[in-house]
Design a protein around this ligand. Structure first.
Ligand SMILES: [Zn+2]
Length: 203
């Protein structure tokens, strides 16, 4: 063990073991990128990278719909829009495995039941912590709420910047991509759509 590494972050004790073939894969990638995986600073990198990827991709071990299984039916007659906005999230694009960093706005128009507001963010993270494309992420979040909360309408707007575009390729920092999915009332009624987009800050 190297004496140069810090106390907690790099102490492998108590951390799940990383299979050799996974570490080898990271070493191959380091070599391919042009560095020497045997140099001191990179010795523990393969295991660290592997654990980091497990964390980035925690969503594969989750069924996000379970977050919507505990609902409250006592809503005191509330039948207006419920909106959670500016939810920060991180995902990774499935084409480059590069970070997608952004924020989401998730709204629904309840029918007879509501869900704890933090659950909407959990649904988002459950799908975001996978290899994704932004369009599918948007659709999966909206579909999940539509199917399991059975509301009158769902609106999801995601705004994100893609490192594969800002840090490589055309290298255009500052650009962000916006995707949206409207269902039910928000799809069918232009006034409802306008209202929810305004509340989200896109009006
Ligand atoms: Zn990409």
């Amino acid at each position: 063990m190297s004496s140069l590494v810090g106390p907690d972050e790099d102490d492998p004790r108590g951390k799940p073991p990383v299979p050799d073939d996974v570490q080898d894969a990271v070493r191959t990638l380091i070599e391919w990128a042009g560095d020497d995986p045997a140099r001191e600073g990179l010795l523990d990198t393969p295991a660290r990278v592997a654990r980091a990827w497990k964390e980035y991709c925690l969503g594969y071990a989750e069924d996000p719909s379970l977050y919507l299984s505990r609902v409250f039916e006592e809503v005191g007659g509330y039948n207006e829009i419920v909106l959670l906005k500016d939810i920060p999230f991180q995902s990774h694009c499935e084409h480059h495995m590069a970070p997608i960093i952004g924020k989401a706005a998730i709204a629904y128009l309840p029918n007879d039941r509501v869900v704890g507001i933090s659950k909407l963010a959990r649904v988002l993270h459950g799908f975001a912590r996978r290899l994704q494309v932004q369009e599918r992420l948007t659709a999966e979040v909206a579909d999940c709420i539509w199917e399991h909360l059975v509301p009158q309408g769902v609106a999801v707007v995601i705004e994100a910047s893609h490192s594969c575009m800002t840090a490589r390729g055309v290298r255009t920092p500052g650009v962000s991509m916006i995707t949206s999915r409207m269902m039910g009332t928000f799809l069918e009624d232009p006034r409802s759509r306008e209202e929810v987009l305004k509340l989200m800050g896109y009006g």
